[in-house]
Write a protein that binds this ligand. Structure first.
Ligand code: SF4
Length: 386
């Protein structure tokens, strides 16, 4: 059955709008190119497709918000199919429950069409953290998501649907790919999502932030984009957590065995090329990576780099051996970094209580004020973000 026949069947009053038909429609929407093909089969030209995608990505396709398009905006056949199309989209991803934390943070439990669920986290400053995989293969020892391994990839539609759902609730200006999963392990879908969010979702390049534990395939893909005029060039976040290669192999056991210095150099090259500082992430765990020496080593590693160091206090997870350092200790580290020419600050995060799978660790990064390091670089070296 062709895509348009599926929707004909769904929209015709006497048709068999069965579960099988629904499933076929959903299957056809499991990637953004397939979704575009489907819209074309309903008579949409590129302008119509853009009109519909923009409405979807801005959260205006739920039952109460759906626009009333006229003949000049969408073809008749597509308008006729909209109720069925939107019903099928609602099955691809829907908010199962929302858990607020303060006024500007909330965790959304998003149910997928196969009965699985993922998390998206609304963060302060109109940020949104999205998941890119169901589970994760990296297995960071401090991460709940990593405990269960990878279950499946998310499609590009499922990734951007998290933005559409979040925007049904509030404005979203920045999307960080830091939730469940390692984005580099689902790179094709993630880059499809980045492109459509930039081109149709109204989100600027630097406000699309892809995180990685250090997969060079992602850095290769981004460097290629950096040299392509007109390509979407997202910002990059790199999970460091330590400046020691040996300790990193312990904390992130299945992360690529890339030397930290190489990782930072490669990341820095992309940052300099694009003008988007790298967001280096460091989850502070008491007695593990929160010593003066650990942060001194980080200062050396990142000296003169074009980036931002986000220090995030570990959020205690039941059953895990790690603990969160005290606020006083974190403040002391910040002062020590400042003494070494690295400007740093710490603040309380409104999203600290938002538990979000691995997002628990990573989503909170964007909820906390970035700790900027502004060590003066050598004269010819690009400086850090100000
Ligand atoms: S912290 Fe991120 S990369 Fe590490 S296991 Fe969790 S989801 Fe995967």
């Amino acid at each position: 059955m062709q895509v348009h026949e599926v929707f004909d069947a769904m929209t015709h009053p006497n048709a068999q709008a069965t579960a099988q038909v629904n499933r076929q429609a959903q299957d056809a929407m499991r990637s953004l190119p397939a979704l575009r093909t489907q819209l074309a089969a309903l008579g949409a030209n590129p302008k119509h497709t853009s009109t519909w995608l923009r409405a979807w990505l801005h959260g205006r396709l739920d039952a109460t918000l759906a626009p009333h398009w006229g003949a000049h905006e969408l073809p008749a056949r597509m308008r006729q199919a909209l109720p069925a199309l939107h019903a099928a989209m609602a099955e691809v991803a829907r908010v199962h429950s929302a858990h607020a934390s303060g006024e500007s943070a909330a965790r959304l439990l998003v149910a997928l069409s196969d009965g699985q669920s993922i998390e998206a986290v609304l963060l302060p400053k109109l940020n949104l953290c999205v998941s890119t995989q169901l589970g994760c293969a990296v297995g960071c020892v401090f991460c709940k998501t990593g405990e269960g391994g990878l279950q499946r990839q998310l499609s590009s539609v499922e990734i951007v649907a998290q933005v559409a759902l979040a925007r049904q609730r509030r404005e979203v200006r920045k999307v960080v790919f830091m939730g469940m999963g390692e984005p580099a392990h689902n790179l094709h879908a993630v880059l499809e999502a980045v492109d459509v969010l930039a081109l149709e979702g109204g989100i600027g390049h630097k406000n699309l932030v892809i995180s990685t534990v250090g997969d060079l395939r992602l850095l290769d893909a981004l460097q290629t984009r950096a040299s392509q005029p007109g390509a979407i060039k997202p910002a990059l976040a790199v999970s460091l957590h330590t400046a020691s290669d040996g300790q990193r192999a312990t904390l992130l056991p299945r992360a690529p065995p890339v030397a930290l210095r190489t990782l930072v150099e490669r990341s820095d090259a992309y940052a300099v090329r694009t003008g988007h500082p790298v967001q280096y992430q460091w989850t502070l765990m008491a007695g593990v990576n929160d010593s003066a020496q650990a942060l001194d080593d980080a200062a050396v590693l990142l000296q003169g780099r074009f980036g931002i160091l986000n220090l995030i206090a570990y959020n205690t997870i039941e059953g895990q051996a790690f603990t969160r350092p005290s606020t006083e200790h974190a403040a002391w580290l910040v002062a020590r970094l400042a003494q070494r020419g690295i400007k740093a600050s710490v603040r309380d995060s409104a999203a600290q209580t938002v538990d979000g799978g691995c997002g628990q660790l990573r989503a909170r990064t964007l909820a906390s004020v970035p700790v900027m390091f502004r060590r003066l670089p050598p004269p010819s070296t690009p400086t850090c973000a100000s």
